[in-house]
Design a protein around this ligand. Structure first.
Ligand SMILES: Cc1cc2nc3c(=O)[nH]c(=O)nc-3n(C[C@H](O)[C@H](O)[C@H](O)COP(=O)(O)O)c2cc1C
Ligand code: SF4
Length: 663
């Protein structure tokens, strides 16, 4: 396995060629790094990460881009703790350093944003302050001081952000640097800075995260220029991680599954060629949705780059490198490229986690399920083989129980398998396939087309019953004329007969309505998506797919009716009203697909727990959509807790395990 190869970096050696890149986690304690950070990174080091770049710390207090964004002057103890925790595994720890400049936020600092010029920020629309020469000097001093502090704390070096959301890139770019003074030459400025950092930390690593394509060719850095910049800066750099994106393309740096995996390959190879021609010692890392071991092996074997950044892959499976090098590639829990819970900068301000591994970010509170004797001798029956039921069955089997998993349909995967049929969403099924294989390995008996009722013998004989029966269709809150048909999004994806024209009612604004619209429209059927919001897929801003989704809908020719409320379904139309004016209109629709909220399929749970003669003497738990239809993330979280719940170690409310496992 190439990715397990040790990598020489300056005078240091990384134990593997896999880099865990910097990303916001919200694990901080104020603006300091916390014990949760230490445990988060330690777990990845133990799993074989070669290089860890700690969450970026702002080098100057003028930069406070999100509430718990680390500040370098508060990070000394945290860096020391992380470096110490990872030293056991020889993982190289670099402190991520940066300043967001005009791409930051003044909401927390209550200070004007710093930027090369008064260019309004595209997303926040805020006009930054054009920096004075003395402020530029102060900024450079802070980069140097922070680098010295990180190394003094025990880090092997630093990674300086000249990529997305960075003031240094803003100095390099014609998009954002309109100055006429000495700082007009951004490359000279950054080169001088790196020279100073190099002198200040001579024996430590100096890595760069460098944008080589701002995706804004009219004034931004284009790949040719990106390669020139990389070659010029390589004199001072031990490692350059090549990224793309700028103010107009925030989400292009870390897109979801709609972008092909490894999208930066040709860009990174281009930069590598330019850098190697002048500084062959400088290593190049490929970034950009590298989530599969096979792709990492391919680029390393071809020598395109020297190492691979696999950040989301290691968020999803902290032990990816260890598993791959032990010949267990198939056991690597796959990243779905869903961006659902690993992106934390949204209005909910969540702590980082992962749909496929809820332990991520919660290492101090919950441990990954491992083999134990906790449920030895118990017969567990899980009803429903969606992700919740499959994960619950896996956890119980690992804990030594004898487990049967019953599924009423002819295949496993539940709603997630259905969702994966939609355009561009095939990767969702990777979780189902992984769970299926793991269930096989741990000896769970899976019975499909098995429709259990409360009185069944198999349930009567169980010690623990886990109800994971998922969801059922919701109930329309609009008038449905007698005899008029309503189809649900899941049915549409499960092969129901669809005749156009189609109207899709999307009161949620998440991925469901959008993906069904894309799927049906790409089959040539006339589609109108009706949304109550001002934009289709309103909630997709969280995963970064909002603008791309609207572009895709436009490209396939789907119509969008915004700010509309569905009031009535007739035989061949839908009646909608404008939410602002109240004006009513009618759309022709042979098929109406409701992509709205679903209801918990909880009848079996209530029968089993009714206390009536048909009730069960077993411990009855429930997880996932059978509790309340949400997403795969919540189903996986609840499933992880069933072992502790069955042992009475954690509270259970109405069948739902309430908190994490006890250490
Ligand atoms: C059409 C459709 C699309 C869905 N898309 C997603 C999705 O993109 N991500 C996700 O986490 N859950 C999605 N869900 C919800 C999950 O599939 C559901 O919460 C999960 O299967 C619950 O697990 P359980 O069936 O074991 O309870 C979707 C559901 C439907 C019906
Ligand atoms: S939340 Fe989704 S995209 Fe993020 S690491 Fe987990 S599986 Fe990958």
């Amino acid at each position: 396995m190439k990715l397990g190869n040790r990598l020489q970096l300056g005078v240091h050696v990384a134990p593997s060629s896999v880099l865990f890149g910097p990303h916001p986690t919200n694990l901080g304690d104020g603006r300091a790094l916390s014990d949760r950070h230490t445990n988060y990174y330690r777990r990845r080091a133990a799993g074989g990460a070669g290089i860890i770049v700690v969450e970026e710390a702002s080098v100057h207090p003028s930069d406070w881009p999100y509430e718990r964004a680390p500040l370098a002057s508060d990070c000394g103890p945290g860096w020391a703790s992380i470096a110490e925790a990872c030293s056991e595994f020889e993982t190289l720890v670099l402190a991520g350093l940066g300043h967001s400049g005009g791409q930051g936020s003044s909401a927390y600092s209550q200070l004007p944003l710093w930027a090369p010029s008064h260019v309004p920020e595209v997303n926040s629309r805020e006009v930054p302050k054009s920096m004075e020469p003395h402020e530029i000097e102060e900024l450079l001093d802070c980069f140097v001081r922070s680098s010295v502090a990180a190394v003094a704390a025990g880090c092997h070096g630093v990674e300086i952000n000249i990529g997305q959301s960075s003031l240094l890139r803003q100095f390099l770019s014609g998009l954002t640097n309109h100055r006429s003074d000495g700082a007009a030459d951004g490359l000279a400025l950054v080169t001088a800075l790196l020279g100073r950092v190099r002198i200040a930390i001579p024996d430590s690593l100096l890595a760069l995260r460098l944008c080589a394509d701002e995706l804004a060719p009219w004034a931004g850095i284009v790949p040719e220029r990106g390669a020139e910049i990389a070659a010029a800066l390589a004199e001072h750099a031990d490692l350059i991680t090549v990224v793309r994106g700028s103010i107009y393309s925030m989400t292009a740096t870390r897109p979801d599954c709609h972008e092909p995996a490894g999208f930066n390959r040709s860009l990174a190879a281009h930069v590598a060629a330019a850098v190697r021609a002048v500084y062959p010692e400088t290593r190049i890392a490929l970034q950009g949705s590298v989530v599969d071991v096979a792709m990492a092996e391919e680029v390393l074997a071809a020598g395109e780059v020297d190492c691979v950044e696999m950040t989301r892959a290691l968020i999803a499976d902290a032990s990816l490198v260890a598993k791959a090098t032990a010949g267990e590639v198939d056991r690597v829990r796959p990243c779905l490229l869903c961006n659902q819970t690993c992106m934390v900068r949204d209005a909910r301000n969540p702590i980082i986690s992962c749909v496929v591994d809820p332990t991520t970010g919660f290492e101090l509170l919950e441990s990954e399920p491992g083999r134990s004797q906790d449920l030895v001798g118990l017969r567990v029956v899980v009803v429903g083989a969606g992700p919740g039921g499959m994960e619950a069955a896996r956890c119980c089997a690992l804990a030594g129980a004898t487990v049967q998993l019953h599924e009423s349909s002819s295949r496993v995967g539940g709603a997630l398998a259905s969702a994966s049929v939609a355009a561009g969403r095939g990767r969702l099924n990777a979780l189902v396939s992984w769970l299926e294989q793991e269930l096989n390995d741990v000896g769970v008996e899976v019975l499909t087309s098995s429709n259990l009722v409360a009185a069944d013998e198999v349930l009567r004989n169980a010690d623990v019953i886990i109800v994971a029966t998922g969801s059922r269709n919701g109930s329309p809150d609009y008038v449905v004329q007698a005899g008029a048909a309503v189809m649900w999004a899941r049915e549409a994806l499960e092969g129901a007969n669809i005749n156009g024209p189609v109207c899709i009612w999307d009161p949620i604004g998440g991925p469901i309505g959008i993906s069904v619209a894309e799927t049906i429209r790409s089959q040539g059927v006339d589609v109108t998506l009706v949304t109550p919001d001002n934009i289709a897929g309103n909630e997709l801003s969280r995963s970064g797919d909002l603008a791309p989704a609207n572009t895709r809908l436009q490209q396939v020719g789907a119509k969008i009716l915004r700010r509309a409320t569905l009031v009535e379904r007739t035989h061949d139309t839908v009646v909608v009203t404008d939410r602002f004016s109240g004006a009513s209109s009618e759309i022709e629709a042979t098929t109406l697909i409701d992509a709205g909220h679903r209801l918990a399929e909880d009848s079996l749970f209530h029968e089993l727990t009714s206390g009536e003669p048909g009730g069960s003497a077993a411990i009855v738990l429930r997880v996932g959509d059978a509790v309340a239809p949400r997403t795969a993330a919540e189903a996986m979280i609840e499933a992880r807790r069933v072992v502790a719940a069955a042992r009475g170690q954690i509270p259970v409310s109405d069948g739902v395990p309430m908190i994490g496992t006890v250490h």
